[in-house]
Ligand binder design. Structure first.
Ligand code: MLT
Length: 256
């Protein structure tokens, strides 16, 4: 196992843990509305993935999404929480697949949010490399320009826009570049969909501009017994753009 990172963490609540994995290029603050409102039914854990917050300066080399998954498994061991409900959005969903592959005994249920199982194709890999090079050269302003309009809908509130922009701007450029290369190298998780045996919820913003909703419907259909919930009018980050609908979907699933 990779040496564990000391990850930043925000947590609230008590009981069975809900581990929430953020997307790219974001951090633990993405889950603020879930931390505020789901603590009555779960111990909500929102860690940073490595390279952000307290662990921002610790790594001399790049990493893989498997390293992110192993960091989270190590964090759970430290917290003495052997088994969790696991939620991941976008890149966090890719990390959730890695955790399920590498540490299946830790996952009691799975919540896949605005994510996909497939790997990057050749064109996608080339785009990751170009983005990583641009970020290293010019900084994360490149990501604000390219990604912010795709992460949220044009109708998102000024507060949501500012929160997302702040997270992007606080991501160290080298961390963003390494995550891009880690996403480039992720395996195809499609073959494992039919083998997922834990209760699964797939949630997707109906207006996600980065990942069309039809792909998420197909992913849900490939997982035995998975439930699918669309969040009307929300983009790629429904936990921020439509927290009430999002939390209601989560609550319904977690209380099943
Ligand atoms: C994310 O939102 O985590 C990323 O945009 C996912 C990706 O680029 O594949």
């Amino acid at each position: 196992m990779a040496k564990a990172a000391r990850l930043g963490l925000i947590e609230t609540g008590r009981g069975t843990p809900l581990l929430c994995i953020h997307g790219f290029p974001l951090d633990r603050r993405l889950w603020r509305r879930q931390l505020e409102r789901l603590g009555d039914i779960r111990r909500v854990l929102a860690p940073d993935l490595r390279g952000r917050g307290p662990s921002r300066e610790r790594f001399e080399t790049g990493w893989s999404l498997d390293d992110h998954a192993d960091d989270l498994a190590a964090l759970l061991a430290e917290l003495r929480e052997p088994v969790v409900d696991l939620a991941g959005v976008s890149m966090g969903g890719y990390v959730a697949f890695a955790l399920l592959r590498r540490h299946p005994e830790r996952v009691r249920s799975l919540i896949l949010i605005d994510t996909k199982a497939s790997a990057d194709n050749a064109e996608g890999k080339a785009a990751r490399e170009a983005s990583a090079a641009a970020v290293r050269e010019k900084g994360v302003a490149v990501l604000v320009e390219q990604m912010l309009p795709k992460l949220i809908t044009p109708g998102a509130s000024a507060a949501v826009r500012a929160a997302v922009q702040e997270m992007i701007e606080d991501t160290p450029r080298e961390t963003a570049a390494r995550d891009l290369l880690a996403m480039r190298d992720r395996p195809d998780s499609t073959p494992m969909l039919g083998e997922i045996r834990v209760p699964t919820l797939v949630i997707h913003g109906s207006d996600d501009a980065l990942m069309p909703i039809d792909g998420a419907r197909a992913m849900a259909a490939a997982i035995g017994g998975a439930k699918f919930v669309a969040i009307p009018g929300a983009g790629h980050l429904p936990m921020l753009e439509a927290p009430d609908e999002f939390n209601a979907a989560l609550r319904g699933f977690l209380r099943r």
